[in-house]
Design a protein around this ligand. Structure first.
Ligand code: PLP
Length: 426
């Protein structure tokens, strides 16, 4: 997908718009499965929350992917996209027992991350096998908002609580068929990940009836040229060997699972927006676009970096810009960026806009959420319409106020007076 293709899509579908490159999603999927080709049973559970459009889910289903979900609504989207419940794992945090039961009744693999729910669920449904989410207390992530394996994290059952966990399993006679961890985003140091994996193996060896071990995700992708990323190939080589060794000792060929979100879809996404205004101030030049953090919140929320290109004037002389949105609050996409000269009306492309971009979009400032387009086999397909004014009003219900009643009475009496005066008969 070239800059020209993107420009044509902005012309056809308007701006702002999200565009996803199917080929990139497929090649990332293959990269991951190739890296772990030494493992007999590999299962990739795509993390739906990264990008939940059902056409993206279908694309991944066709590659052989399964799903990782965090809400019953994501489970239902997966089912609509054609996934059999057995191909879905549900890894919620802090949801009600009722929702977990409802998902389990659909035949979806449930992953439980606290002892209270485990005890209640096991007592009521000893025949439904569950996976256990362990917190190995290893911090893999770089950004404290997205590191979930450390000691104060709300995620997972602490490895220090394993004796209690084993007692619950024993008391309820439930079956634990999987062990899981998800240490957070942005794994850079493979040794840290392998260290966490050792903790998981040690935990797994205490459960005799496992089918799988799920190593979660957190693979880092490059955001700009020269950026470091998780070395998937090296991880694949080292973890596969260790996993196969573990299975031999365990006496059973287990399934190795992962739950990548960002790794599969981040780089496939491009967010296109139009420059409404170029504004020179005393210290900088602002390029103000027809979007804001209502559509792409990651720069403001996580301070994340998205490369910005002017696809309308790619050969233009580079200048420095602060690219900002139209929201009436600080709304900065990039400060002091070198971008090919921008004119009002130009289309800017924000790279790495596949994961946690559209799914975090809102209607703040009463704007419509953008359209989504899939680029597949050299052609663009609309996979979500831009919202319309009806969408903003859809669930609103107008209240009735005293003033309305008073004015109705006034209107009625005014009418009566007119009739009595015999001037007008309404
Ligand atoms: C969000 C999430 C993932 C995906 O993380 P990425 O960094 O996008 O790969 C995987 N597993 C669980 C349980 C998650 O909550």
């Amino acid at each position: 997908m070239t800059q020209k293709d993107l420009l044509a899509i902005a012309g056809e579908y308007g701006s702002p718009v999200y565009v996803y490159d199917a080929e990139k999603i497929v090649s990332q999927y293959r990269r991951l499965t190739d890296a772990f080709s030494d493992v007999s049973n590999l299962r990739i559970n795509y993390a739906v929350k990264a990008l939940s459009n059902i056409s993206i889910l279908k694309l991944l289903k066709n590659q052989g992917s399964c799903l990782d979900t965090v809400s019953i609504q994501e489970v239902k989207l997966g089912v609509i996209a054609g996934f059999e419940p057995q191909r879905i794992i549900y890894t919620p945090n802090g949801v009600s027992l009722e929702e977990i039961e409802e998902v389990a009744a659909m035949g979806v693999q449930v992953n439980i991350d606290n002892l209270s729910i485990l005890e209640q669920f096991g007592s009521k449904h000893p025949n439904i096998p569950v996976c256990i989410r362990i917190n190995p207390h290893v911090m893999a992530g770089g950004n404290s908002n997205i590191s979930v394996g450390h000691i104060d994290s709300k995620f997972g059952i602490s490895i220090h609580q394993i004796p209690h966990l084993l007692r619950i399993v024993d008391n309820t006679k439930m079956r634990v068929n999987g062990i899981h961890m998800h240490t957070g985003s942005d794994i850079l140091d493979i040794e840290v990940f392998l260290y966490a994996a050792e903790i998981l193996f040690e935990t797994a060896s205490q459960f005799k009836d496992l089918d799988f071990i799920d190593f979660g995700s957190g693979f880092k992708v490059p955001y700009k040229p020269g950026d470091i990323e998780t070395n998937i190939e090296e991880l694949g080589e080292k973890l596969s060997a260790r996993f196969n060794e573990f299975c031999a000792a365990y006496g059973k060929e287990l399934t190795l699972a992962f739950e990548p979100g960002k790794f599969l879809v981040s780089q496939a996404g491009n967010f296109l927006a139009k420059v409404n205004v170029v504004k020179q101030t005393t210290s900088t030049v602002f390029a103000g676009i027809d979007s804001g953090f209502n559509h792409l919140i990651r720069p403001m929320f996580y301070n994340s970096y998205h490369q910005i290109e002017n696809i309308s004037n790619p050969e233009g002389r580079e200048r420095f810009y602060s690219v900002v949105g139209y929201i009436c609050e600080t709304d900065t996409f990039g400060n002091n960026r070198r971008i090919a000269e921008i004119n009002e009306g130009d289309i800017l492309c924000f790279r790495n806009s596949g994961a946690y971009c559209f799914t975090m979009a809102s209607n703040y400032n009463s704007r419509f959420r953008p359209a989504e387009v899939l680029w597949y086999n050299g052609k663009a397909q609309l996979i979500r319409k831009r919202e319309s004014f009806e969408d903003l009003l859809r669930n609103q219900v107008e209240a009735t106020f005293d003033e309305d009643v008073v004015s109705e009475v006034r209107k009625a009496s005014a009418k009566k007076k007119v009739i009595n005066d015999g001037a007008v008969v309404a």
